[in-house]
Every structure is written in C-alpha cells, then in structure tokens.
Design a binder for this molecule. Structure first.
Ligand code: ME8
Length: 646
C-alpha cells in the first residue's frame, strides 16, 4: 500500500488583499507535497478559508452583502490566485462547507455530552475598539484598556467553556515525550514557558453577541468560537464524515505548517481538543516566520504590500517560488526587497541554472546533432561531478526532514555551480578540436546527466522549470526521487532540443521600476474597487451631543516614559496658558523626538483619570487603522494652541 502523507496550511481569513506573505506557507506546503510525492507518498495537501466571525459579518454588512455572498466572492479570487500559482491542493476547505459545519456540531456535542464543555458566564471588561475582554487585574487604573488606554465596560455574557485547564499536565507531558511535536525548538520553549507553565484557563468557546458562525446545535443563541471551527477543518479536510476520503488514511496529520502568531492555537488549544476527542495528535507542527517589507509588517494601511500577481506576470511563478523558498529560513522572519528578488533572479536562475541549460543543449546541438552521446572512460573530474550529483538528494532530504526549503535549494545550487565549473574545467570547445570525440562526448554526457538529476531534484520546488529542463533534454515529466540517486539513466542517442532561454538576464534598475509601478497600480485598483462601499457608523448623535466635547489644539512640550506602564508615554502639553499631563499609548507609533514641539488635538474636558498612578488630564485624538496603527490628529495649517475645534 502507498504510504500516506497529510500536510496542511492554515485556513485564511477571507481577504481581497492577499500579499506575498500569505503565499509563503501555501508555496511551502505545495513544495512539501510535491517532494513527498517524489518520494513515493500518496499525499494530501489542503488549504482553505476561515469564514465565520464578527469581523466578517461586519465587513459583509459594510459591503452591503449577506456574509455568505461576501465570502463567496473572495473565495473565488483566492482560488484564482492559488491556480495562478499552481498550488496543487487536494481540498480547498471552507468553514461554511456543509460537511464541516456538521462535523463542528457533532464534535461540540460530543465534548458537551462528556463534560469537556460546560455552560458558564463570561465576565470581563470589554474594550469596544480593541474587541477584547480583559480581567480586572489586567486593566489600567480607572478601568482603562491596557492596550489602548481607553475606557472599558463590564460585560457579562453567557458562554460555553472548554475545560482547557484540565489538559495542562497532559500537554506538558506530551511535549516531554514528543520533542518533535512543535518546531522550531525556540517556538516550543516559548509555548512551554510563556503559556503552559503559566497555567491554562478554561476557554470560552461560544459567542452570543453575533450569529455568523456554526450554531451550537442544542442552544441556538450561541455560535461556536471561530478557532474551534477553524481548527476542526483539518479533520474535515482529512475526510472526517466524508465518504470519498478515508479519514483513517490521513489522520493524524504529518505536519501543520502555520505562521508564528498562530502557533499558540495549534500547539495548545488544538492538541487539548484532540485529547478530549480521543483523536491522535498531529505528528508535527511547524511555526514559520513572517515575510516583512523592509523589516516592517506588510499592511494595506502602510501602503507597503507586495502582491504576488505582478511578480508572476513579469517573471513567472517559479521565480516567486524560488525566491520565497530560497531567500528566507522557514522558521524565521525575513524581509522582502524587490532588489534582492531581482538580483537573485539574475544570479541563481538566469546566470547559474539558465546558463547551464542553455550552454549544455547548445553544445549538444553543435557537437553531436543534439543527441546524447556515449560516455567513455571517466577521469577524476568526471567522478567528482558524478559523486556530487548522485549524493545531492541526501542533503535535500535531510533539509526537507526539517522543513528547511532554503537549505534544500542551496544544496541543489551547489550541484548547479559545480556543473558550471565542470564546463570551465573541461573546456568542451577545446576538446571539440580533437579528431577523437571520445573525451568530448564523455564531458557532454556528464553535463546532460547532471542536468537530468538537477531536474529531478527541482521538481518539487520549481515544477515549471524542471519540466522545461526535462523537455530540452528530451525527457518526460514523470519523475521519482530514485532517479536522482543513480547515474547513467540518460539513454544514449536520446534527442535533445534547444528551446528558449528559461530565465533571461534582467536589467535590475529598469525592472525595479516596472515591478513597483505594476504593484502600485494593483494596489490602487483594489482601493478603487472598494470605493462605493459604505462604512458602518456608530449611532447618530445631535450637534448638542457633539458640543459637549471640548477639543483643542495643544502643543507637546515633553514626552517621557510612563514609570509603571511599558506601553504608555506621559506627555506634557500646553493648551494656551495651561500645562497638562496626559498618558497615552502611542509608544509603538512615535518616538519622543517625533512628538516634541508638534501640535495635536486633545479632548480637554474628559474626566481626569489615574493611569497606573499618573493622573491623565484629557485624551489625544488619533486615527486608528485596521491593524492598530495610530496616527495623531492635527490641523492642516500650523495654528495657535488652545484653538477650539468645532
Ligand atoms: O490566522 N508572512 O488567518 P490569516 C508570512 N484564519 N506569513 C503570513 C504573513 C506574512 N507577512 N501574513 C500572514 C488566520 N501570514 C486563521 C488561521 S488555521 C486553523 C486558522 C500567514 O489569514 C499567517 O501567519 O490571518 C497565517 O499562518 C496565515 O497567513 C493565515 O493568516
């Protein structure tokens, strides 16, 4: 029977703004699938969308659509992106799929019936802008939100809870017994020390304040918490409750590939749920790093998003895949730069690989009518190449065991470079002058054979390129890893054919501009497509309500760190004749030197409140983006402080 292998990506929140960071995990999972297939496994790879929850419900309302219609449209776009990237998934699972919703309900009921889920009351201080509940001990003085410093209110909500706390010891034990369960190692240490050993609290697993979710079957006032719904997708997509795929064949998953910020859900909540359900745990979870843009988080509001589409249009999907997998170490963050992308494209793909293919097939054409010649006796230099070529798979395999895509490609490129060096060492154009062609033929055979092995090893990572190389060598697409282990598989007399250049050399500066323009045009088109959509506002107010607020221009005189709160600044401001102190959580967004001397807007009649021991007299006005970045509000022209806003 064929060995089975199951790999998952996370299921993505529906977004019309998927950037190259989002494609990272999918590209990696696709390469892993293709690699395991090459090894002879029957592989199942899944991806999908995480469609429930309050934010989606609100986004749909804002777009004037029903939630399902809203997500349907985005799902089509997402699938089109994966198709253009040739992501070879076996199921695109949506949390709104009927078989999945049924599974979620069945699992929830089972956990409830056996006492792992119970009904209780969720009590906490709610911060509306942050959409977060806090316990009293987490709040700043005056019941202010520790994240944004704004007022919270006490909220009680009936909720069902999962007895997560009861699985703490079992999880710690599991981690001890299965050191490979969570990788890389530093993520495991973080999980154990920051969460598991700190103590686990029971987890609220339903919501009743909105209804876009899987209903709790025995209590229709509640919908199941999005993370339970989302994680359970891994089971549905493995075939749970589905007759077409055998769940037993694919569960437990061999690996869940996930981004670093969602490791906690996968490494704590998920195994505890599976333990409660009496299901085997996934064999491994790998937390990968983030792709940043110039060391900053990519976000629409910062306008620094890099989209995959322009890159694919201009340079092909293999160029993007190669860069993502080669440039960044999978467990760590990496910074994308178009310049390093184009430079690598030139050096590794055009100069090294492209050139090797092109000169090899050219010489075969020129010296042997394009036919694979018979090799004669081998010299040391030939054996050296053979040895490296037939052993490179070992280094690729070792790297892939640890999900080190970059190391796998590095090993393949060592062989590419060695083969290029072999051309320089053997100088076939000089050998061609010898009336006895034996040595020339040996060298040409070695070049073609080395390229054949390279094509096998490249198949999982650059499927297009591998096919192209094989086609020029006169070979078919079907490959197995075994073929990279043995020398001499190219048949003598086989017909090769020189076709186009696989990766043309680029003028980096000119391409930089082209790429930037195309990316920007797409960004603008997507923004424009959103125009016409309506925003959702708070309840209407009268002008009298507004008049109650006294907002004035103030000048910042001094900015100091708050003595007791890491996230806060203590600002001294001047409003006309008066000096005041205000605490504010803008530390992540501004350095003190960016603030001193600036004029900003302040709500001056807000009731003073102590924030961690410092009396704050008023509130700075700031705009907040979707991803939580703050930008202080000011006036268009420089105007005297104390001027009133009306
Ligand atoms: O978290 N670089 O969905 P999501 C690398 N629905 N990876 C990135 C990235 C970047 N710049 N930006 C995002 C969710 N990602 C949940 C998952 S799974 C049961 C539920 C990755 O759309 C991110 O780390 O916010 C995550 O792994 C994936 O994109 C989906 O993120």
């Amino acid at each position: 029977m064929e060995k089975k292998y199951y790999v998952t990506t996370p299921i993505y929140y529906p977004s019309d703004n998927l950037h190259i960071g989002h494609t990272y995990c999918t590209v990696a999972a696709d390469a892993l699938k293709r690699y395991k297939k090459l090894q002879g496994y029957d592989v199942r790879m899944i991806t999908g969308t995480d469609e429930h929850g309050q934010k989606i419900q609100e986004a749909a309302e804002a777009a004037g659509l029903e939630p399902k219609a809203y997500v349907d449209k985005i799902v089509e776009e997402t699938k089109a992106l994966w198709a253009s990237m040739e992501i070879d998934y076996d199921r695109f699972i949506r949390t709104t799929d009927k078989d999945h919703e049924k599974n979620v309900q069945d699992l929830f009921t089972k956990l409830y019936d056996q006492g792992d889920i119970y009904k209780g009351e969720y009590e906490g201080y709610y911060c509306t802008p942050c959409e977060s509940f806090w316990s009293e001990s987490q709040l700043l003085e005056g019941h202010l939100c520790p994240d944004c410093g704004r007022e919270t209110y006490l909220s009680k909500e009936e909720s069902y809870f999962f007895r997560l706390s009861q699985y703490q010891d079992a999880l710690i034990q599991y981690y001890e017994d299965h050191p490979e369960f969570l990788q890389p190692d530093f993520r495991k240490k973080e999980m154990i020390n920051s969460f598991l050993k700190e103590g686990l609290e029971d987890l609220s697993v339903t919501r009743s304040s909105f209804d876009w979710g899987v209903p709790v079957p025995f209590d229709r006032d509640h919908v199941v918490y999005v993370w339970i719904d989302a994680l359970a997708c891994y089971l549905t997509a493995a075939g749970l409750g589905n007759e077409e795929v055998s769940f037993e064949d694919f569960w437990p998953a061999d690996v869940h590939l996930v981004g670093k910020e969602i490791v906690r859900f996968h490494a704590i909540i998920w195994p505890a749920l599976l333990m409660a359900l009496d299901l085997p745990l996934p064999k491994e979870i790998f937390g990968h790093g983030w792709i940043l843009f110039e060391n900053d988080k990519m976000s629409k509001s910062k306008g620094n998003v890099i989209y995959p589409e322009p890159i694919i249009d201009l340079y092909g999907v293999d160029a993007l895949k190669y860069f993502l997998l080669r440039e960044f170490a999978f467990g760590h963050d990496g910074s994308f730069s178009s310049k390093s992308f184009l430079t690598r494209l030139n050096s590794d793909l055009a100069n090294d690989l492209g050139n090797l293919l092109s000169r090899t097939v050219s010489m075969l054409g020129k010296y042997n009518e394009g036919k694979i010649p018979q090799a004669g006796d081998r010299l040391e230099v030939d054996k050296d190449l053979e040895n490296l070529a037939t052993s490179t798979w070992e280094r690729v395999e070792e790297a892939m065991e640890g999900y080190q895509f970059s190391k796998a490609l590095e090993a393949i490129w060592k062989l590419v470079s060695r083969t290029n060096k072999y051309v320089d060492e053997t100088e076939p154009w000089v050998l061609a002058k010898d009336p006895d062609p034996t040595r020339l033929y040996t060298v040409l055979y070695h070049l073609a054979e080395s390229l054949r092995i390279i094509s096998v090893l490249l198949t999982p990572f650059l499927p297009h390129t591998a096919k192209e190389i094989r086609s020029q060598l006169g070979l078919g697409d079907q490959v197995a890893l075994e073929e990279a282990k043995n020398w001499g598989l190219l048949e003598v007399g086989g017909q090769t054919e020189k076709k186009g250049i696989i990766f043309p050399r680029l003028d980096v500066e000119a391409e930089l501009e082209k790429l930037r323009d195309k990316n920007q045009a797409l960004f603008e088109a997507r923004q424009a497509a959103k125009q016409g959509a309506k925003i959702e506002t708070k309840e209407e107010i009268t002008i009298d309500d507004f008049d109650k607020m006294d907002i004035r221009v103030a000048k910042i005189l001094k900015v100091e760190d708050h003595p007791n709160a890491d996230r806060l600044y203590v600002l001294t401001i001047k409003v006309g004749p008066e000096e005041r102190v205000i605490c504010s959580s803008i530390k992540e967004d501004y350095k003190p030197e960016d603030l001193v001397g600036k004029k900003i807007l302040v709500l001056v009649n807000l009731k003073p409140a102590k924030m961690r021991g410092v009396l704050s007299q008023g509130m700075l006005l700031a705009a907040e983006t979707e991803d939580g970045r703050l930008s202080l509000a000011s006036t268009l022209e420089d105007i005297d402080d104390n001027a009133k806003i009306s």
